[in-house]
Structures are given as C-alpha cells and as structure tokens.
Design a protein around this ligand. Structure first.
Ligand SMILES: O[C@H]1[C@H](O)[C@@H](O)[C@H](O)[C@@H](O)[C@H]1O
Ligand SMILES: [Fe+2]
Ligand SMILES: [Fe+2]
Length: 310
C-alpha cells in the first residue's frame, strides 16, 4: 500500500466503508443461520450461454463500456462520493414504490439481455426469489436492487450520464483486471498509466476487505448507502445490493486477494442472489398491478418509516 495515497484518500475511503472489522464475527454468526441452496431451483432450465455475451453485443452496449472504462478514475470516484455525502445536499424524498415508478422511464444502455422496463425487471427478480421459497428479506432485496439507477434523475448528485450509473463494477485505485468485460477498453483510462493505481494492489493491501475498496461509482454503491441507514435489511441483503454488479469478483474470481474473512460469507450471499437478477430476464412479463399489494406489504416490513431520503 502506498502511504501517501492512502493519506490523500483518507476519510473518503472511510466513509465509503460499510461495517467495521469488529463486526465481522457477528456477521459470520448471522450468516450461519441462513442456508443457501448450492444450486437454485429456478435457473436449472436456463440456457446460461445466452446471457452476457459482450463480445457479440450491439454498438450501444460496447460504446457504453468504452466510455465507462475510460472515465471511471480514482479522481472521479472521490468527487462523486463527495457530492453524495455533502452535508448541503437536499435529498429527494419518495417511497420505494414511487421510486420504482420513477425509474421506469430508464432504458439501460449497458444491458444486452433485456428490453423490458426497470419495474418489470425488479418484479421478475423478486418473483423468481419468491417462487423459490427464499426469505422475505431476499424478496424485497430483489425488488429494490436496481433502484440506485434513480441517481440518473437527481441533478444534485452530478451524475454525468449512464456510465456512472449502470453496468458492471470494478475497483479503482489498483490495476484493472483482465476478467472485467471488454478489458481492452481501459487503455485510455488515465489511471491505467498511473504509477500507483496501475499496480496489482494499488492503494490497497491484501486482505484489506472489500468494504475498504473503492468500487466504480454507480447504482450499487449509491443504493447501498441509502438502504444501509434506512431499512432493517440484514448484512447479506446489503452485500447483494452493493456487489451485485461486481461480476469480475463474484463470477470470474478476480480481486479475491483483497477479501477479508467476512467477505467470503458475503460472496456466498451475492452468488446466491445473482441467478435471480440475471436469468429472470427471460421470464414472462409480470403484471405490475396484480403484484403491487403483495410487495407494498413487503416494503413496509423492511422500510418502516415509508418515505426514503434518496
Ligand atoms: O447491464 C447491467 C445492469 O446495468 C445491471 O443493473 C447491473 O447490475 C449489471 O451488472 C450490468 O451489467
Ligand atoms: Fe444492477
Ligand atoms: Fe438487476
């Protein structure tokens, strides 16, 4: 780890940190009470080779990743986090259901696998989790996991476009791993030539824990911060939200050298969640009005104060 770089990043890294390391053993005990099936029943019949084909994706998707991979730098990430945490920011207020309706106008440029609206994607994920008999906290996690994309509509966050909202995530401040999709598109990212950020560990140290790694700014990181303080969701749900787009880690096995003990338990949770997010995209289109009463009750259970500060 380079001490000067760490000193510069200082508090910003600290406030982007989730649980303290002291909470690790508690979290692991909690995890032991939750059983994940090694294979979910739900994705057994899916042809997985049809999803996430980025090399063959259309120009819209490829251009998206080129832009994202060039612009997600340490400097940008620090600035975005400062805007989010700024004390003077007036945070929009709305309920979870209102947020789902507001998000519905977004067409995600990074996604080669669905042409459905966001509310439909959220309901597909939640319904697949519910059909598999998973706990209620996981169903509501499926329902909300992409609501962070709302950041696109909140001017005071200074969102630049879709490149700092959607798409897969990856750490900044250390070398970009080849297992990130379309890895050659990082050549024009200035950090890939930085003497510290371009090294294997960069500004981090092995075993430092994922909560201490700055992941590219976007809907996962944003929603994690919103939900952590305003819901009763367990640590596993928060990990599913925060890391669901971190495919190079949870699917491809990259960046494992940064994990701490707690992260291994959290990774199981994220991997258990992933099929419901990805493979539910080919399910039937859900009926929003029919499902609304069930999910309104579920939302109230985990967001007791009803109105959320975004
Ligand atoms: O295109 C998708 C989409 O934007 C998802 O919401 C995100 O979680 C994925 O990782 C990404 O690749
Ligand atoms: Fe997502
Ligand atoms: Fe999703």
């Amino acid at each position: 780890m380079a001490p000067t770089a760490i000193a510069d990043l200082g508090e910003t890294i600290a406030y982007s940190t989730g649980q303290k390391l002291e909470d690790v053993s508690d979290a692991i005990d909690d995890v032991n009470c939750i059983k994940y099936d090694s294979e979910s029943k739900f994705d057994a019949n899916k042809d997985k080779a049809n999803f996430r084909q980025y090399e063959d994706a259309c120009d819209r998707v490829k251009n998206f990743y080129k832009e994202q991979h060039e612009k997600q730098t340490v400097a940008y990430n620090l600035a975005a986090r400062n805007r989010f945490h700024s004390a003077s920011r007036v945070r929009p207020e709305m309920t979870i259901w209102e947020a789902m309706e507001k998000l519905n106008t977004l067409i995600d440029e990074s996604d080669p696998d669905t042409s459905l609206s966001q509310i439909e994607h959220l309901l597909q994920s939640a319904e697949a989790i519910r059909r598999d008999g998973k706990p209620r906290w996981m169903q509501v996690t499926g329902l909300i996991h992409d609501l962070g994309k709302l950041m696109l509509f909140f001017d005071e966050l200074g969102t630049q476009g879709q490149w700092d909202v959607v798409g897969d995530t990856f750490p900044v401040g250390c070398a970009f791993d080849k297992r990130i999709i379309l890895p050659d598109t990082f050549v024009n990212n200035p950090d890939s030539k930085d003497p510290i950020y371009s090294t294997k560990y960069g500004i981090y140290s092995p075993g430092c824990g994922l909560d201490n790694i700055m992941l590219s700014w976007g809907h996962d990181e944003y929603l994690y911060h919103v939900v952590r303080d305003q819901s009763t969701l367990p640590d596993e749900a928060l990990a599913m939200i925060r890391y669901h787009s971190f495919y190079p880690w949870h699917r491809e096995g990259a960046y494992r050298e940064f994990m701490c003990e707690k992260d291994w338990a959290m990774m199981k949770a994220v991997q258990a969640f992933n099929p419901y997010d990805l493979y539910s995209k080919s399910d039937d289109v859900p009926s929003v009005e029919e499902l609304k009463p069930y999910y309104m009750e579920l939302i109230d259970e985990f967001f007791p104060q009803k109105v959320v500060k975004w």
